[in-house]
Design a protein around this ligand. Structure first.
Ligand SMILES: [Mg+2]
Length: 247
């Protein structure tokens, strides 16, 4: 039996692609460019979804809108990161604050519209509801914890806020290592959908699992060989694993 479970939120537990699309669309078009297109084309939305697997943090969503508007499509993580480098830190920081400002406005003024934009994957909501009282199941996400709390509450999952960890100026792995030390866990499993976060170190008792359901069959490199120590996990398998932490 594993001592603890560490789960990323967006892309593992929560399908937030529509929320990210809506919030970043308002942030980019309305707040950054000051234009308000009357409609969104299906092809525009399809392009957004195609580039989603390359997104590392919130600011990247606005970069995707900019790339679409400029008629640029990137097909690999390397190309996407090069586009982010070209955009530069100043612009990306502006993108980040605009996105969070939009989210805060939607949460404050249009919560009934904002919450249903988030959907739990498969049967995970039920599994999480069962495992919620277990102090050894953690959420580790770069999304602000107050947003996660509201979404879980909307799904009727009573999750203790102290078990939502937000890595600040450290990697997710380092955040998990410090939780493991603090709680004397000798073994754990960490599930994330962004393989860059899954840089597990040997000898710390932490196994890393890559979740790929967020990105569907079109995930770039889905069939690629993973680095040693990293394995894939299926949605059903994760649901059962989470349920096994239930009472
Ligand atoms: Mg994620």
């Amino acid at each position: 039996m594993i001592d603890a479970l560490f789960l990323d939120f967006d892309g593992v537990i929560c399908d937030s692609v529509n929320e990210c699309f809506v919030s970043s669309w308002i942030a980019f078009h309305d707040r950054y460019r000051g234009d308000k297109p009357q409609a969104v084309g299906l092809e525009y939305y399809a392009q957004f979804r195609r580039m989603r697997p390359f997104i590392r943090t919130g600011q990247d969503f606005l970069l995707v809108h900019e790339l679409i508007c400029e008629g640029l499509s990137v097909g690999t993580q390397i190309e996407f990161d090069a586009a982010a480098d070209r955009a530069g830190q100043e612009k990306l920081a502006t993108f980040d604050s605009l996105l969070y400002a939009v989210r805060e406005d939607l949460v404050a003024g249009e919560l009934e519209f904002w919450l249903p934009l988030h959907k739990p994957y498969g049967s995970l909501a039920g599994s999480l509801r069962a495992a919620a009282p277990n102090p050894n199941v953690w959420i580790v996400s770069t999304k602000r914890s107050e947003f996660i709390e509201r979404i879980l509450h909307y799904w009727e999952i009573n999750w203790e806020a102290s078990r939502i960890a937000l890595p600040i100026r450290m990697t997710k792995i380092d955040t998990i290592k410090s939780i493991m030390r603090l709680h004397d866990y000798s073994t754990g499993i960490f599930v994330d959908d962004q393989r860059d976060h899954l840089r597990c170190e040997p000898g710390i008792g932490l196994e890393c699992r890559l979740a790929e359901w967020a990105h569907g069959a079109g995930r770039a490199g889905a069939s690629a060989v993973l680095r040693p120590g990293l394995e894939r996990i299926g949605l059903e398998e994760l649901s059962e694993l989470v349920s096994s932490f239930g009472s």
